[in-house]
Design a protein. Structure first.
Length: 465
């Protein structure tokens, strides 16, 4: 039933797209926007529909809200905040086309694929910027200043940042005014810190010769014993799938997972639609006694199931395996919604956290680094990591080790020694993604393992950039 419904949606999306093309030829910009909107809503992530909707929005534009339309637009906006998702988008769009900028901003933030860097998100951002909408002006100012601070210290970026922020502040947008004051405080502190650092470096020159060697040896020993962790990088590759009865007994992504007799496919109950929804199978990892990978002690098999729409995970840990009772369980998902079979290889590495996280995990790190070269602790740490061959967290899938910090996720900052990194699964923003990810922004599925309770905590973090 689900497969047939999806096919019907695709057919409806194609027809809406054709009607949108016809409306564009006739110069009917409102009709084109609506038809491409319907196509992108029904098209299951088909990028050409989202692009067409974005282009139609830009051509049509956001007209100034006229007095005769104000009450109707506000009514639509208020109703949208109190109704189900799909209707909400339609109401926001109708209000936005009347000129209601708050509705356009809501649509920009939440429509269909819930990201700001989708084509329609970028189009709405451009239109709202042209309409001098304060929150978007403020965001544009912050982005320009970020470019100035962290990439190219081009004065033009700083000037542009203040132009946007001051315009928003003049319109009464308090957040913009607060941002201006914060930037000024930060810049003043940067100057003061730079002067203080120069004076400190003058009074505290770096160690040299034998003294430097002794301090670096002490730091290296501390890193090895107190901070270094084993991590197993997960490397997936598409290949010909072995028979299902062989798949269930090896590490792999997609395809058929391991079950034992009587096992059932993981599902969750959808309270809204009153139906049982099967989760997608991501991957499974067997512990290899001859070449141990970074699974918690006593865990023989890790399995990950997930539902991308509802963002519900199901993580299974086997501590005992009865392979003589291994059984195939039919995947209840339609074939075109399943992740394709992929082989998995592992690369085991020694990993350290980045410098600032290292100070959270072991505060002594800072003083040991500064002993080698005062006020240059980060430089000392990074150089020593490379010299000793330690890897630092990055945006890739792995077991164990340390978490990469995606979008300032608190999941990457847990320092409790009883809580271990179980895995991070990186979901790329391009194509369909290794694990079936179809969003426009990248994400990370994090999971931790509590060694005391033997329980797992997981979270999906999306980088809404």
């Amino acid at each position: 039933m689900a497969e047939e419904e999806e096919k019907e949606h695709r057919r409806a999306a194609k027809k809406a797209f054709q009607r949108g093309m016809a409306a564009e030829k006739q110069g009917d910009r409102d009709a084109a926007v609506w038809e491409f909107f319907r196509a992108s809503r029904l098209g299951h992530g088909e990028k050409k529909y989202h692009r067409a909707f974005a282009d139609a929005l830009l051509k049509r534009g956001l007209k100034p809200l006229e007095e005769k339309d104000a009450a109707r637009a506000e009514e639509l906006y208020v109703r949208a905040n109190n109704c189900r998702e799909l209707l909400r988008y339609e109401l926001w769009l109708e209000a936005a086309l009347l000129g209601h900028l708050d509705a356009a901003y809501k649509l920009r933030s939440e429509f269909v694929i819930s990201v700001w860097t989708s084509p329609e998100g970028e189009a709405l951002n451009e239109l709202l910027l042209a309409a001098d909408y304060p929150p978007v002006l403020c965001r544009a100012g912050v982005d320009c200043y970020y470019d100035y601070s962290y990439f190219k210290r081009d004065p033009k970026n700083r000037e542009k940042a203040f132009e946007y922020l001051q315009k928003a502040a003049a319109m009464g947008y308090e957040e913009a005014a607060n941002t201006i004051e914060q930037i000024k405080r930060n810049e003043k502190k940067e100057i003061e810190d730079a002067i203080a650092a120069q004076e400190f470096a003058r009074k505290n020159p770096p160690l040299k010769g034998r003294e430097k060697e002794i301090a670096e040896d002490a730091l290296a020993g501390f890193l090895r014993t107190s901070l270094a962790r084993k991590a197993s990088l997960i490397i997936c590759g598409e290949c010909k799938a072995p028979p299902p009865e062989k798949q269930i007994l090896i590490s792999h992504a997609g395809g058929y997972p391991y079950f034992e007799e009587g096992g059932q496919w993981p599902c969750f109950y959808d309270d809204v639609n009153e139906e049982t929804i099967p989760l997608d199978f991501l991957l499974q990892v067997f512990q290899d006694d001859e070449n141990p990978i970074a699974l918690p002690e006593g865990v023989k098999l890790l399995q990950i199931f997930y539902d991308w729409e509802e963002r519900k995970e199901h993580i299974v840990l086997y501590r005992e395996l009865r392979t003589e009772k291994a059984a195939l369980v039919k995947n209840p998902l339609p074939r075109d919604l399943r992740i394709k079979y992929q082989s998995i290889k592992f690369e085991t590495v020694d990993m350290l956290p980045d410098y600032y996280d290292a100070m959270d995990f072991a505060p002594e790190t800072e003083s040991l680094c500064d002993k080698v070269h005062p006020a240059k602790g980060e430089f000392v740490y990074e150089r020593l990591c490379k010299t000793l061959g330690y890897k630092q967290p990055s945006l890739e899938s792995c077991l164990g080790g340390y978490m990469a910090d995606l979008d300032n996720s608190p999941m990457s900052k847990i320092t409790d020694k009883n809580i271990l990194n179980l895995f991070q699964i990186y979901l790329e923003s391009y194509g369909d993604g290794t694990f079936g990810w179809r969003q426009w922004d990248d994400a990370m599925l994090y999971a931790y393992y509590n060694t005391k309770t033997k329980s797992v905590q997981a979270e999906l973090v999306i980088n809404y950039d």
